[in-house]
Design a protein around this ligand. Sequence first.
Ligand code: CAA
Length: 389
Amino acid sequence: MSVGIEEIAFYTPALSLDMVALAKARDEEPDKYTIGIGQTTQSVVPNYEDVVTMGVNAAKNFIDRVDRESIDMLLFATESGVDNSKSGAIFAKNFLGLKDGIRAIELKQACYAGTFALMQAKDFVTLHPDKKVLVIASDIARYGLKTPGEVTQGAGAVAMLVSTEPKLAVINDDTVYMVKDEPDFWRPIDSDIALVDGHQSTDVYKDMFLELWGRYKQESGLSLNDFAGWAFHMPYTKMAKKALDQILPEASEEGQALLKERLAASQYYNRHVGNLYTGSLYLSLLSLLDQSTGLVAGDRLGLFSFGSGAEAELFSLTLQEGFEKVLSKQATEAMLAARKPLSMSEYEAVFLDQRFDSKNTQKTDAPAGTGRCQFTGWQDQYRQYRIAK
Ligand code: CAA
């Protein structure tokens, strides 16, 4: 019996910011942002989106194709949760019309929790082969105006259905993981922006990748030539290149050229969306699948997951016959192209005009008739939503 990903879908908010405009406004060389860091545009979050709306809007892309009765668990991974007590999974369970006889929980460990959720889903389905698990990884990367991290902001959600019908890919039994206590990135309870030592974080990421790759090779007996491509956690696209460059010489000349080409494919969506923390690796996977040429059933893809603080995991997927039918490249590209580009002053106004304060009863700017799930404001300090139709 094989367990893996049956469905996958992505959602990002409908506003964007051009990184050349940001660089100019911050007195930086545009090439630093677009080449040195490797970001072209970033999604910007209006005050009527949050991790719940984005997660629901991602899962909405496939949920009506699935027998909801078969979904026995909802794992909601985020480090930008909307409440310190109530799980975003419960809002999402309701808005997606899932049954009451379900387990639903929110998981947090920086950008790593989506992978923990995926692995828990795999283990659960292995024990209960007639059941399915919905995994949602949803986040808002928010570092603040005029901070070094500003160029690496972004937002979005990836939803995945895990089952014994892995139409996209099987999750192989080869995972290796590790934890090290590192002060590289955190967000105090009273702060709506992340605090980060970006250079230290990059070093921890590279070191953990190298250590896990060494263990992976030893335990699996595989080598770099066994991989058709890689997807990475990608706070900024250059970071993935830094990781892969460390091991690239282990591949044949032909293999190196192919892995570089596929790295560019795996960076494409992330370059245009920015960081979505726990969903970032799975956006990179979608990007690799949508933007590569020549991937075939049976190909093994490497995945490197990283969450500051720090926890990392390295594992592989094997593509299944007909995997391309699960993908919706045109819809994803159309969603990115349809985002409204903001001027710098519009972006700064949207960034500051959020509704974090529950104490004032206030509405958001949610436009009517979009068909999307939206956060509409606060009532008696309780979040109000418009459910997607
Ligand atoms: N043309 C081309 N390249 C240029 C350039 C130019 N004109 N000017 C500079 N560059 C290059 C630099 O050489 C450098 O390249 P290398 O890294 O290859 O050496 C690159 O541009 C960046 O330059 P700096 O290091 O000087 O930039 P910076 O000090 O502004 O920091 C950053 C960049 C570390 C990414 C910063 O934006 C940051 O801190 N971002 C947020 C944190 C982040 O994303 N951390 C990563 C992991 S954290 C995470 O993922 C979160 C989680 O788990 C929750």
